[in-house]
Design a protein around this ligand. Structure first.
Ligand SMILES: NC(=O)c1ccc[n+]([C@@H]2O[C@H](COP(=O)([O-])OP(=O)(O)OC[C@H]3O[C@@H](n4cnc5c(N)ncnc54)[C@H](OP(=O)(O)O)[C@@H]3O)[C@@H](O)[C@H]2O)c1
Length: 288
């Protein structure tokens, strides 16, 4: 009999890829978009898990509006923190494994190198604190959660979400033909959603537990990343470098938050391909 799996946040960039990849691998998947189930509602979460009795719950739902969260920290904390408590409690009740996703923003970005799973956390704002709370709640109630931290997620699902993603923002600005200013002093490891989904399922199938980093595998500034997108798309955009001093945002962000996928390597999970390859795949996939 096929293993039953529930995916929350099923219409986000990661959620759609998880549902597709799990189905490809023969799982029986029940995906819930926010419109169908808000994970902040503990009773509904409990009811769904009791009814469907999954062996695994993937939580791809998240409040990701980093700057807005500084104005309204409560919704961020509800979705990213307290709601994960709902999931963890319901998973414990139903003896299901929880695969939860977190962020490079749990770090302060001052280390000067890519972060491994053993580096100390120090979130810099409301979004980051809420995501760290989610990690802690998963660990507080479950003996063996799988927590996958990622960075700068982009996938074709972003074409259909209000929030979108960085490549779509760049492509839109290029179409408008205006100068595009992107920070060159902030470094992350952009991660292609289909690969994130498939590596996370690999980890689950290997029965791994604890915190894993699954970044795109390459530390790159947002400016370099934008340049790569335009190069791969064959677009000649008016791209100019800027920096955090000139480009102020409501939330403080870590300057160098690239992730070192150290545990993935140690556990023999397939490494991520070069970012150029992931961007090229994205540009094909976004055309449907
Ligand atoms: N995107 C990034 O750059 C990035 C970077 C680092 C880590 N991450 C983490 O990676 C994971 C996947 O992110 P993603 O890029 O797939 O995000 P996404 O595209 O923004 O999708 C998140 C989904 O969660 C849904 N959602 C929000 N609040 C919810 C709630 N209370 N109940 C149920 N669903 C809810 C959203 O629905 P609505 O659209 O209706 O709100 C959306 O469909 C998240 O854990 C995120 O924190 C993302």
């Amino acid at each position: 009999m096929a293993k039953r799996v529930v995916v929350f946040g099923a219409s986000g960039q990661l959620g759609v890829e998880l549902c597709a990849e799990l189905r490809r691998r023969g799982y029986e998947v029940k995906g819930f978009a926010r419109a169908k189930l808000d994970i902040s509602n503990g009773e509904q979460v409990e009811r769904v898990l009791a009814e469907f009795d999954p062996s695994v719950v993937f939580n791809a739902a998240a409040y990701n509006q980093v700057d807005v969260a500084e104005r309204e920290p409560l919704p961020a904390f509800e979705a990213n923190g307290l709601a994960v408590r709902n999931l963890a409690l319901a998973c414990r009740q139903n003896d299901a494994r929880l695969v939860h996703f977190s962020t490079d923003y749990v770090f302060d970005g001052t280390l000067g190198r890519s972060y491994t799973e053993t580096d100390s956390v120090h979130p810099l704002g409301a979004y980051a604190v809420s995501k760290l709370a989610g990690e802690l709640y998963a660990q507080a109630y479950l003996a063996r959660p799988l927590i996958v931290r990622t960075s700068g997620v982009f996938g074709p699902g972003g074409l259909n979400t209000a929030r979108g993603n960085f490549p779509e923002l760049m492509l839109r600005l290029a179409r408008e033909g205006k100068p595009i200013r992107v920070v060159e002093d902030h470094v992350a490891s952009p991660t292609y959603a289909p690969l994130l989904a498939s590596r996370s399922i690999d980890m689950l199938e290997r029965d791994l537990e604890g915190i894993f980093h699954c970044g795109g595998g390459q530390a790159v500034s947002w400016f370099e990343y934008a340049r790569l997108i335009f190069e791969k798309a064959g677009i000649c955009a008016d791209l100019q470098p800027t920096n955090e001093r000139e480009y102020r945002t409501a939330a403080r962000r870590p300057k160098f938050s690239a992730l070192d996928n150290a545990r993935m390597r140690e556990c023999g999970i397939i490494p991520m391909p070069p970012l150029a390859e992931a961007v090229a795949s994205y540009l094909v996939a976004r055309l449907g």
